[in-house]
Design a protein around this ligand. Structure first.
Ligand code: SAM
Length: 238
């Protein structure tokens, strides 16, 4: 099966169907990202089959385990080349998306990629999570915060949970160590206003990687003392 047949089959499994236009958008995105990657470091994954599996289908797996309601607001913290946020937006144009990254070059890439795909309803933000979540417009306000490959879960909780509204969810995409990470993040989750951590295994078609989603519900506002400064978060994770 070619990469885009695999993509169509994988997305059809998740959504019940996958229009050809969606596959075409992802094919154009691969071309665009691979070309842009020659001048700005976006990703080490460039073979179309790997891009399809390890970027697109991996990120799309969020929809297998988490109920992202229609029109939900979603912030992708440390989005890089748009994973998982841009993939979510292509698949679900109804979401209101904020793509956040501390690299302005990646934010510029994301603006041009979204423009190329005629995607609207995206807020592109260059900044650091631990600073932005102190601003009232961003604090305790998103239905979902999502993140992949940014930090270990105790650190990531402090970067992401302040953005989530009470009743919302923080969803992180993790590898084989997800259960251990979830255990080690127990006190961070409680301190930041969260409640438990649900670990869900996900299967990526065409391979046997062990990937997981970790979903944390926010049940109380995050105390004002969080997030701490970057150096403190790194030195003494909660
Ligand atoms: N999420 C993408 C993925 O899965 O391919 C990118 C992962 S990349 C390894 C980590 C990204 O997080 C980088 O683009 C980096 O600039 C960004 N980042 C790291 N710490 C951050 C912070 N505190 N606030 C915002 N972005 C951050």
């Amino acid at each position: 099966m070619g990469p885009y047949e695999l993509l169509k089959a994988g997305l059809s499994d998740i959504f019940g169907e996958c229009p050809d236009e969606t596959v075409e958008s992802f094919r154009r995105l691969t071309e665009y990202m691979t070309e842009y990657n020659k001048k700005v470091n976006l990703t080490r994954i460039t073979e179309p089959r790997d891009v399809v599996r390890l970027h697109y289908l991996d990120c799309a797996a969020i929809f297998t385990a988490v109920d992202i309601t229609s029109g939900a607001s979603v912030i992708d913290v440390g989005t890089g080349a748009g994973f998982p946020g841009l993939v979510m937006k292509i698949l679900r144009p109804d979401i209101r998306l904020c793509l956040l990254d501390s690299s302005n070059k990646r934010i510029d890439y994301l603006k041009s990629a979204a423009d190329m795909l005629s995607l609207s309803g995206i807020d592109f933000v260059h900044g650091r999570a631990e600073e932005l979540s102190r601003e009232s417009a961003y604090r305790d306000s998103f239905d979902f915060a999502v993140s992949r490959a940014v930090a270990a879960l105790p650190v990531l909780c402090e970067l992401c949970m302040p953005f989530v509204r009470v009743g919302g969810r923080f969803v992180s995409l993790k590898g084989s160590g997800a259960h251990d990470e979830a255990k080690s993040a127990g006190s961070a989750v409680r301190l930041l206003g969260g409640e438990g951590a649900r670990v869900v295994p996900v299967t990526i078609p065409g391979g046997d990687e062990s990937h997981h989603l970790v979903e944390i519900k926010k049940s109380r506002p995050t105390p004002a003392r969080f997030p701490r400064k970057n150096a403190v978060i790194k030195k003494s994770p909660l």
